[in-house]
Design a protein around this ligand. Sequence first.
Ligand code: NAP
Length: 472
Amino acid sequence: MQPAINKELILQILYLAACVLFILGLKALSSPKSARRGMNMAALGMLLAVIGTLFHREIITYEWIIAGFIIGSLVGGAMAIFMPMTAMPQRIALSHAFGALAAVLVGIVELHRELSHVAATGGQIPHGLMGAVGFEVLFGSLTVTGSFMAFGKLQELITGTPITYRFQNVTNIAMFVGTFLIFVFLTVMPDTAATVPLFYLMIVAGLAIGVLMVMPIGGADMPVVISLLNSYAGLAAAATGFVIHNNVLIVAGALDGASGFFLSVLMSRAMNRSFANVLFGAVGAVKAETAAAVEGRTVIRYTPEDAISTMEDAASIIIIPGYGMAVAQAQHIVQELSELLTERGTKVRFAIHPVAGRMPGHMNVLLAEADVPYDQLLEMDHINNDFPNTDVVLVVGANDVVNPAARYKKDSPLFGMPILDADKARTVVILKRSLKPGFAGEDNELFYDPKTMMVFGDAKATLTTMVQLLKK
Ligand code: NAP
């Protein structure tokens, strides 16, 4: 057998194994119990795909590949080491920007390679190839700048407040339609004198669309945008796969494209917002001013001592973590408290709302990091009926996900969003720093409920005091 055939066979086997691992990995990611395994499988799949590609018969020398490998590993390693878990959404945004940039660069190279081939042979650029390259660079370029914008907003390098102006949606849609028409023109007539200038115009327009598209979206809506950009980056990668005849890119890109899109839709639905509202609604700004709505009502300020003495007497406690737990990095101390209470015979469980925090699975990731046993984590549908029989609910930096306004207040952005029924428990202990509203900007009547004990302060500091008191 020829060595070249062996190489091709090895490559195809590795690609097939990679595709299977990607699919199994995605499946395993759908449950917190198997998520870690899913990540490992997907990472192994990616390693096999990279190794497989090294067997590609068109590779003549390995210098550039080794250079790319070293640079990529350094950048990826630095991101993993220096960016904390709370910065996970922006880390993902950066990865998408790099992936999409790679797709755009491959698209540019492939067009020029094809142009040289056409010039040498006198043939024509195939419509299919131009379509795939055009699709790749169009979606790739808007993903590059869109992802950088999302990164900037989340990292607070640029304002997280929606930037809006008159006729913004109309301008954006017109710009996209115009750019899409260039793409259609190039695909239908790939061999005109205007091909190269139009191709670069399409890239520049794509880069501008990425900026304009993300500008009016509030910082807190960025996770939905990021998963949508994830979908675009996947589609660009799949198109790259068609251009360079790479099966693993087609499969991985299609999986990425579909899963990113579904995730965006599911996130919007869990926030009770339409997908269009997230993209064009210009909401999600920091609306701290709405806290003014509290005037006329009073809350009683309790101490950590008060809270712990109530909890010591409780037979059952449900802990509800929210975005504030992530901010305070209180997951380890909350686990310690849960362990101490469990040792004393209290039934302790965690109730996880699907959109608690700022990204899907945010609370699961943090609590898994703190080694909270999976059987103590209960999803909303599985625990909501238990609240009326629960002695104490401990709300750790959550707000919107326990706001009763979601049930009845029709003009609230939360209206219709399913919530955790914390208000139905016998006593509610809320740990937060102030009376400020959460992400949706909606005042929370639960703070003023006579059965609620508000313990103000950083969640980690308060929980640390509570743990010390319990240990005494
Ligand atoms: P939330 O409604 O945003 O409330 C978080 C609360 O944490 C705030 O009210 C804040 O109050 C408190 N907090 C912040 N830092 C704290 C600290 N160091 N110690 C103690 N408390 C602290 O959070 P949530 O209840 O988790 O709800 C999530 C919201 O985000 C929902 O509206 C959801 O739709 C939205 N969202 C979620 C996702 C997702 O994928 N999970 C994506 C986009 C948007 P103080 O400032 O008074 O402390």
